[in-house]
Design a binder for this molecule. Sequence first.
Ligand code: ZN
Length: 81
Amino acid sequence: MIRLEFEFAVFLFLLITIFAVLLIWLFWTKIKLPQQKNIQMESIWQCSICTYIYVDSKNQKLSVCPRCGSYNDRKEKGGGP
Ligand SMILES: [Zn+2]
């Protein structure tokens, strides 16, 4: 009886530990993912002249295309085709 209880206690301890780790992992990924997505979306630029897609995390409103050197406005980035 004592052995069975000990095994049950170990099983319960493992179950709680795994559940806690899983919960922390889920919480962590849920918080971390949207931030990464926002940073990536704000950093991605598409040139309005040559349609070159590049990453510029320094500038938020105006960025210089590394390929053709033209200035790109934030409004033009989400523009049409
Ligand atoms: Zn360009």
